[in-house]
Write a protein that binds this ligand. Structure first.
Ligand SMILES: [Zn+2]
Length: 470
């Protein structure tokens, strides 16, 4: 049986050096200047996978950046198949002058690897590949079949993922999608994410007159577009902090008692939370804690408002038009396509008298939720407990990602593993990866493959696969 502790002890420096070399490739997907580097990053990862004993291949994405596919399917058709998801592209590194050491010259200090991509997401992919490499070398086999789908344009918003998944659905087919692009609650609080929120995004355009009007000649008799828009936006939530659009909560899956218990067990310092945000008060839906609101409840934010005159000095007008960007974070099982007409109707019904309104619908993201008692989450709970020497708590994420798209395309649920920390400054200067946490990630991944293969987990996964109709 592979001894993962001894492996990490013995090979730790080599693993970090390998990850550092990968992080020295500036695979910035959003900037065409780095196209060759994204390609080099894909090639580098494919090489790592091959050395770990996987069959790997760089898959071109028409009109996009290459993904990396890897597989080891030697566990046989009766063993579960796990598809690891991550990404090898990174955020731009600017502003460069705020980095203590250059973003693409990876440096170890204070027990951390500093580099763009060290945490998000190369480190999280690397601990998976490292774990598999060790188990294959030591045991000659894995307890489960493993596939990898490592995207090259996640940081650019995964613009081609739907087409990619449709094209490669059969190849990526699995019992569980093992999302390796996530963090934990705190260094001493190992945790497992179970959900991502979705997103519905709109622009509201409001017009009250055919042209701006002189406020001396017209003020007091005609509707004012800026004031009308503010009035409209002011009606979006009631005095309990609930969104007032009829039907908005119809498909919301309520928190279970166990989830509420898990969230309440997390250390949460409300003053520190407010200090981090630089706010003087917390708002939100009555009856829910801040963590419940940000992870498990729908929310609504006005992202921008513009109207009338905003230049220097003064201009005495009644503005004719006003605009706002309004976004909603969604939770399972809300569907942005179903909510858009509800919002359009609400805007039409609530626009102040004398306003013409139209709503532009931007593309949405569907929320994802994997219940706590899902066999994949139970396997992961055991694996992370073993690696971290502490029972993990279940959390959720407030942000939005492509997880639901993958679930629908592959007919499999997502479970989430990742060792990023809130202090890792992902997307910001001085991104880092805490190496002690990374090594626990190597262990946790190796244990997870064992746990997924346990007979009771494997048969529960097979039952679930039949339920999902595959
Ligand atoms: Zn990421």
């Amino acid at each position: 049986m592979a001894d993962i502790d001894a492996f990490v002890e013995r090979e730790g420096d080599r693993l970090v050096a390998e990850l550092a070399e990968w992080c020295s490739i500036p695979s910035v997907s959003t900037d065409p200047a780095f196209l060759d580097d994204v390609r080099r990053s894909a090639d580098y990862l494919a090489g790592l996978m091959e050395r770990a004993g996987l069959d790997a291949e760089v898959l071109p994405v028409p009109g996009g950046q290459p993904a990396v596919y890897g597989e080891w399917l030697g566990a046989g058709p009766d063993a579960p198949t796990i598809t690891v998801y991550g990404h090898h592209d990174v955020q731009p590194a600017d502003p460069l002058d705020l980095w203590v050491t250059p973003p693409f010259e990876p440096t170890v200090r204070d027990g951390c690897l500093f580099a763009r991509g060290a945490s998000d997401d190369k480190g999280q992919v690397h601990f998976q590949v490292s774990a598999i490499g060790h188990v294959l070398a030591a045991d000659g086999r894995l307890p489960v079949n493993v596939k990898f789908f490592v995207e090259g344009e996640e940081e650019a918003g995964s613009p081609n993922i739907d087409a990619f998944l449709a094209e490669h659905a059969e190849r990526l087919a699995c019992d569980v999608i093992f999302v390796s692009d996530i963090g934990m609650y705190a260094e001493d609080v190992p945790s497992i994410t179970t959900a991502m929120r979705g997103l519905a995004y709109f622009q509201v355009n409001l017009r009250t007159s055919s042209t701006d009007l002189h406020s001396g000649e017209w003020g007091g008799t005609v509707p004012n577009a800026a004031a009308a828009l503010v009035e409209l936006l002011g009606r979006l939530k009631d005095d309990k902090g609930r969104i007032t659009v009829p039907g908005w909560y119809d498909d919301v899956v309520e928190l279970t008692a166990e989830e509420r218990r898990q969230f309440a067990a997390l250390p949460f310092d409300q003053d520190a939370y407010m200090r981090t945000a630089g706010v003087a008060a917390l708002t939100g839906e009555a009856g829910y804690s801040p963590l419940e609101r940000v992870w498990a409840r729908p929310s609504c934010d006005v992202n921008g408002v513009w109207s009338g005159y905003t230049g220097a000095g003064s201009k005495t007008i009644v503005p004719s038009e006003a605009h706002a960007k309004v976004s909603f974070r969604l939770v399972a099982d809300q569907d942005p396509d179903k909510l858009a007409p509800l919002f359009e109707r609400w805007v039409a019904d609530n626009a102040p008298e004398g306003s013409q309104v139209d709503v532009e619908v931007h593309s949405g993201v569907r929320p994802a939720l994997t219940p706590l008692d899902h066999p994949g989450n139970q396997a992961l709970r055991a694996a992370i407990g073993r690696a971290f020497g502490k029972e993990p708590l279940f959390t959720r994420e407030g942000g939005s990602g492509p997880e639901r798209e993958m679930t629908d395309a592959l007919g499999a649920d997502c479970v989430y593993i990742g060792v990023m920390l809130p202090e890792d400054r992902i997307h910001a200067p001085n991104e880092r990866l805490l190496l002690s946490h990374y090594f626990k990630g190597v262990r946790a991944a190796a244990y997870a493959y064992e746990e997924f293969a346990r007979p009771e987990i494997a048969s529960a996964l097979a039952t679930r696969r039949r339920l999902l109709g595959r």
